[in-house]
Write a protein that binds this ligand. Structure first.
Ligand code: GUN
Ligand code: ZN
Length: 428
């Protein structure tokens, strides 16, 4: 059964760069997105494609609204819905004071399932159709988020956290149990439907060398699973890394020593990097997740997009809830704009959208399946409503170009501007 979605349609086919090169995106003011069996068949001008539609094609009319690819969140912690909006600390104090105590509650399996279901609903409400997600140390925390995502047919990558050092006893696994639990979860979930597994050492501060070694062994045994961790978020963190791993030449070297820097490795934050670390990220095919709301909230620092993209390092956006303050990638895009503005770097609207869609798909090595509307890709998309709030309605009515409209949505938008979210052509 074919469905044709009519409305304004915008997607990126490459990185538009700092000048928002028009060659990098495609826009139809009155477009038609044709979907069959969950995949994109064709995208074009409505007046050109409408005639050729077969009689049984269903039309869903979103005229006056903007259809864009589903948003992709490259770094978020679902258990930290319990931590979001906790006042006043930098990373390491924040972890011990807020994050760790709240993550203990996920020892309760029923509780994990309840929060996982809420989390997935909130992602979809915000137009997020794919996410790379931290659980807690408890293996059932991963089961809970995978089950919640599978129930919605959402594309989602997650993992149970590995941590066996510098954290409360109640949140510790060990090198052996962490390895074995992760291996079982990979076997249970990786590649099942739209789900994927990420080996998830929290960060090098909370893993022994034995645990990092076990994680690296797993990463070698399962080359197509993801590796997901944090890197160089905070000055005190970086300083402690050099004391705990005195043999290392820099922070990323610790992960690299254990085989954790490779394609499908995603490092959240990447704020305080040496040149050698940037070169290793680039050469290995690993990716950085830029999490602006978190970086501002925890006072961590400013992400240097220009420096990383000049080396062609893969970059996607992450909300990093609960260090981050919102699950909305619209809000995350506008904070990225501000973070870059503070460094005299432009972030035009097409490129902001790229970082939340195709760029993120490239960061996750999923761009053969998602990220834009090329024929054959999975039809995950968001219908944005410029009139979602009275202010966005007022401002967007004055927009004279798609760039202006998109920028208004990025600066003013939130879940009220998400009219609908579609997963493989079906409304979520
Ligand atoms: N580094 C290690 N754990 C965390 C976490 O939970 N949140 C953030 N923002 N950084 C981390
Ligand atoms: Zn994080």
């Amino acid at each position: 059964m074919r469905t044709a979605f009519r409305g304004s349609v915008f997607h990126c086919i490459a990185d538009p760069g700092e000048q928002d090169s028009e060659d990098a995106f495609v826009y139809f003011d009155d477009g038609l997105l044709i979907v069959e069996d969950g995949l994109v068949v064709e995208l074009g001008k409505a007046d050109e494609l409408t005639e050729s539609l077969s009689a049984d094609t269903r039309i869903e009319d979103f005229s006056g609204k903007l259809i864009v690819p589903g948003f992709i969140d490259c770094h978020v912690h679902y258990p930290q819905l319990d931590v979001i909006a906790s006042y006043g600390e930098e990373l390491l104090d924040w972890l011990h004071r807020y994050a760790f105590p709240r993550e203990m509650r996920f020892a309760d399996e029923a509780y994990a399932h309840k929060v996982a279901a809420l989390f997935v609903d909130e992602l979809l409400k915000n137009g997020t159709t794919t996410a790379l997600v931290f659980g807690t140390v408890h293996p059932h925390s991963a089961d809970a988020i995978f089950e919640a995502a599978a129930a919605k047919n959402m594309r989602l990558i997650a993992g149970k956290v590995l941590m066996d050092a510098n954290c409360p006893e109640a949140l510790r696994d060990s090198a052996e149990t962490g390895y074995e639990q992760s291996r079982q979860l990979i076997e249970r979930w990786h590649g099942k439907g739209r789900l994927g597994y990420a080996i998830t050492p929290r960060f090098a501060l909370t893993s022994s060398e034995a645990q990092l070694e076990a994680a690296g062994r797993l990463a070698a045994e399962y080359p197509d699973v993801w590796v997901h961790t944090h890197l160089a978020e905070n000055h005190a963190e970086v300083e402690q890394i050099s004391r705990l791993f005195p043999w290392s030449s820099n922070y990323l070297d610790v992960y690299d020593r254990f085989g954790l820097v490779r394609e499908r490795s995603v490092f959240a934050h990447c704020l305080h990097l040496q040149d050698a670390e940037c070169r290793l990220l680039a050469g290995s095919g690993a990716a950085a997740a830029h999490c602006p709301t978190s970086n501002m909230f925890l006072g961590s620092g400013l992400f240097d997009l220009r420096r990383l993209r000049e080396l062609q390092i893969r970059v996607g956006l992450g909300t990093d809830v609960g260090g981050g303050t919102s699950l909305s990638l619209l809000k995350t895009m506008r904070e990225a704009y501000k973070v870059l503005h503070l460094q005299q770097q432009p972030l035009p609207p097409g490129r902001a959208l790229y970082l939340a869609t195709l760029g993120a798909a490239q960061a996750l090595y999923l761009d053969d399946r998602i990220g834009n509307f090329e024929p054959g890709k999975e039809a995950d998309f968001v219908v944005l409503d410029p009139a979602g709030t009275s202010i966005s309605a007022h401002r967007s009515a004055l927009a004279e170009s798609i760039s202006e409209l998109l920028f208004a949505l990025i600066v003013l938008g939130d879940d009220r501007n998400v009219a609908a979210t579609y997963l493989q052509g079906r409304r979520a």
